[in-house]
Design a protein around this ligand. Structure first.
Ligand SMILES: [Zn+2]
Length: 296
């Protein structure tokens, strides 16, 4: 049985066809232009495939509440061409197959849970740090939604006393994304993250901000594992720095076996940057199973 997967990102669209075991049989990507330019190409790709269901992990904010009138629409985005666009509806209308729909980061979290390193866990936080910052959250065996969905990249953090960078989030200035995403690193230091690998001050500061976020997630969500993905996290030197800062910030207040072995608790993504597309594949499978069960 084959399923389709679409990781609908703000800069590129990744599409794939795979099976229920997470074997990706084919995969390709397109730049994300306007809906009028990009969506027909995606529809034409998937309509030629023999897939039973499609899973979409979309950049947000998006409406993920199936009871809502605007379910599957992209909401208030700085990418104006996509604002209020009914992404789910476009695929539903053309393909007429079950479609699972969630955020791109929740899909990545689901990918790690289904095919990666978090398989036996009930509560997991997946944080991506790249051109933006987003959190996928799995709590008590389910991806977390609420009035909307978590927006864990935009949490408020405390500025480092020696950091004068004002932050670059268009909404909040110095939120986590405004201080620590790839564009913030580039603006603050005048070079792209990849060119700053040897500059220890860059990564000390980056770890200080990421650790604040993780400490807050630990205290609020009590995850059993935290997985860090995205382009910035390819800087492997960040991991020990982040773990050290988290330990310092928790300051002995939480004493669990997880916190006593931070090397296994705060970890890099394990699926070679395929966690998102694999999560979309699983969204498709789950939606298919749910609809089949409903029909029976
Ligand atoms: Zn923000």
């Amino acid at each position: 049985m084959l399923f389709g997967a679409l990781e609908a990102g703000g800069t590129k669209m990744v599409m794939a066809v795979g099976d229920e075991k997470g074997n990706i049989l084919e995969q390709k990507s397109l730049p994300t232009l306007t809906p009028e330019e990009t969506v027909p190409e995606l529809l034409s790709y998937f309509s030629k495939k023999e897939i039973c269901a499609l899973g979409i992990g979309a950049f947000g904010p998006v409406d993920v509440n199936p009871q809502s009138k605007s379910f599957g629409h992209i909401l208030d985005t700085p990418k104006l061409a996509w604002k209020n666009y009914n992404l789910y509806g476009a695929f539903q209308e053309k393909l007429g197959i079950p479609i699972g729909f969630d955020t791109d980061v929740n899909s990545s979290c689901l990918g790690e849970i289904t095919f990666g390193q978090a398989g036996n866990l009930n509560s997991v936080v997946y944080l991506t740090i790249g051109t933006g910052i987003g959190a996928g959250i799995y709590v008590n065996g389910k991806l977390l939604h609420g009035m909307l969905h978590p927006e864990g990249g935009h949490i408020m953090i405390t500025r480092h006393p020696e950091d004068s960078f004002e932050g670059c989030c268009p909404y909040h200035g110095g939120c986590l994304e405004g201080m620590a995403a790839g564009p913030a690193i580039e603006k603050r230091w005048g070079k792209r993250a990849a060119e700053l690998e040897q500059e220890s001050a860059v990564w000390e500061l980056e770890a200080y901000y990421i650790a604040q976020a993780l400490t807050n997630y630990i205290l609020i969500l009590s995850p059993e594992k935290i997985i860090l993905g995205g382009g910035v996290m390819h800087q492997k030197q960040l991991f020990p720095l982040i773990r050290e800062q988290v330990k310092k910030m928790l300051n002995g207040y939480i004493n669990t076996k997880e916190i006593s072995s931070l090397d296994q608790y705060i970890v890099p993504a394990s699926l070679k940057d395929n966690q998102g597309i694999l999560g979309c594949l699983q969204l498709a499978k789950l939606e298919y199973e749910q609809q089949v069960k409903y029909v029976q």
